[in-house]
Design a protein around this ligand. Structure first.
Ligand SMILES: [Zn+2]
Length: 366
């Protein structure tokens, strides 16, 4: 049997909670981590109707993109839809989990799903995040080298893009003098000692610092291993906002709009004037994306597909790019497929079902 905890751990290995934005509330929002999973209903939003659907379909976990609870709840008396949803979930032992901006921010996440729907090629993160990587330098006696390497690799260090087990080492001499109270693996109290050691360097995600250091210390034979942790300014190309890629063939505006409408199953597209050049490079950002406009322009995108644009923000296109606002729900609804595909790959003992509830609060009168 699979517990809610293992389900969360699996989702978070792909979309670590450390990569959510500061305002977000991703993770297990309602429910007991030790509860056994009977079925998972995947939805864009976790509303009351979705909780009802989960109960009717025998699912005791709802995995949604948007967190039902964003800010602190001071009372739980059912006065609004957030409180009613939480109450219903608790009463019926339904766990509610959200993979939100952490799923937006990883390669293969929400924006890569949009890129896939649009058939884009050479897809990469539009605005990679900086200051989320660290460097560990540890001084390792020759005999410990392999054990320390495997321990820190297993803990998640040494991954760069599509490579793992990345490290650098150079041999040298370590020196130390054990003082009273020490219990040295090598050498004697009060005597200067020199030992053949390696200076071993690996890169790691900053959020894994404590687990990588703990793994290193466990595998290292010294009582007090010497190591340095450095914050890095390098961008992590695998983590960040938006995505960008290329259409296989350039299109004119008319064809592009028709294609976009069909692929994303849209009712309406709000867009800015075209500068006339062929459309080939496409930037995307599910949900609110106006903060990425300049990144999209800098990256040479012809079009920026996103949502939640306000009237005055449309002017910022300024002939440099075509903004296509396709609606928040419409831009992210295929996130359901992304989550369900990911879960189905790993878990076979319970059903993973796509919610039939249309949670879009916006209707179109056409
Ligand atoms: Zn959203």
């Amino acid at each position: 049997m699979v517990q809610v905890r293992s389900l969360a751990r699996y989702l978070e290995a792909f979309a670590p909670l450390a990569y959510q934005e500061s305002y977000d509330n991703a993770g297990l929002i309602v429910g007991d981590p030790d509860m056994e999973v009977t079925g998972v209903l995947v939805s864009l939003d976790a509303t009351e109707t979705v909780i009802d659907e989960a109960i009717a379909k025998g699912c005791n976990v709802v995995v949604a993109h948007h967190p039902i609870v964003f800010k602190g709840l001071k009372k739980l008396n059912g006065r609004n839809y957030v409180e009613r949803t939480v109450i219903k979930a608790i009463r019926n032992d339904v766990a509610v989990y959200a993979a939100h901006t952490n799923l937006d921010n990883v390669a293969g996440g929400v924006n890569f799903k949009i890129a896939e729907k649009l058939g884009l090629q050479q897809v990469r993160i539009l605005a990679p995040k900086t200051q989320i990587l660290s460097k560990l330098v540890v001084f390792v006696p020759d005999n410990d080298l392999q054990a320390v390497l495997s321990a820190i690799y297993d803990a998640g260090a040494g991954r760069i893009g599509t490579y793992e087990h990345c490290s650098f080492r150079v041999g040298g001499t370590g020196s130390f003098k054990p003082l009273d109270g020490a219990n040295p693996t090598v050498g004697e109290i009060g005597r200067d000692e020199t030992v053949g050691e390696h200076r071993l360097e690996v890169i790691l995600p900053a959020y894994l610092e404590s687990s990588v250091v703990a793994a290193m210390q466990k595998a290292h034979s010294y009582e007090v291993p010497a190591y340095d942790l450095y914050p890095l300014n390098n961008a992590n190309q695998e983590v960040g906002s938006g995505a960008i890629g290329e259409l296989p063939e350039a299109m004119n505006l008319q064809d592009w709009l028709g294609y976009l409408k069909g692929q994303m199953q849209l009712n309406v597209i709000r867009y800015t004037p075209w500068r006339g050049t062929p459309i080939k490079r496409i930037a995307v950002c599910g949900g609110v994306g106006s903060f990425l406009l300049n990144d999209a322009v800098r990256a040479g995108a012809d079009v920026f597909v996103t949502a939640d644009y306000k009237y005055h923000e449309f002017f910022d296109a300024d002939g440099r790019i075509v903004i296509c606002d396709i609606g928040h729900y419409e831009s992210e609804v295929f996130t359901k497929d992304l989550i369900a595909q990911h879960l189905s790959k790993q878990f076979r003992t319970f059903a993973v079902i796509l919610s039939d509830t249309v949670t879009n609060p916006v209707q179109y009168f056409t």
